[in-house]
Write a protein that binds this ligand. Sequence first.
Ligand code: PEP
Length: 262
Amino acid sequence: MGRRRLVVANWKMNLTTPEGCSLVEAVLGTAKQRPEVDVVVCPSFVSLQPLGRSLAHTPVALGAQDVFWLGKGAYTGQVSPRMLVDSGCRYCIVGHSEARGRFGSEPPRPLSYFSDTDETVAQKVSALVFANIVPILCVGETALERQDGRTDEVVAEQLAKALERVAPEECSNLTIAYEPVWAIGTGNVCDADEAARMCGLIRDEVASITDSACGDQVRILYGGSVKASNCAEIFANSQVDGALVGGASLIADEFSKIVLSA
Ligand code: PEP
């Protein structure tokens, strides 16, 4: 069976719960027109429970933007995989460049609270797989890494480390998002052929880290300044299984067009 297209809205730290509830009404209308596309919205932690109730038994799935890897305990401010399941989450973004402290639109700042490392990302991926939540694992190079010709090496290393704790037979649900850091929130979308090349490289890497069945099954999204006006070109290549959308997912009409184009 072929891979289903997937479009994920990453609302980041932008919407209150009432704002999210009204946006999701529009998303639901679009998702119903495209039953062959999987649609996921990822609101902030505080909106997960109410949106989980609104989205139960609908074609739009709920995702979180991050997770902590342990089950419970004295970890002030953290949210466990079990709490995500309890809120109705089926997906979770993990290793987003912003959570790793790698920002596309701003110069490096000493923001030590955005402190994901390859090791914490690996812990999170493994905890999500154990909880039966689909990890949407983000990988991607900075502008400087690309300029230095290190793109393929950086992405391959991020993948190898993130998947270190996952057995091949646990990979059936895995989703990867190729998100060049320099494209996130900057308006500088990656060239469609290059995005497709990177998605192909990621598929080959996943196959070599796990096995060829997993390489075939894994869904690989492109993320970074996707808009209604540029998504058709990105979706045209069969290596790209969908998109992770930030800014444009906050505008009902833009996001609907992206879902309809997928
Ligand atoms: C993202 O943050 O995952 C993202 C892709 O953002 P944007 O679409 O705004 O570039």
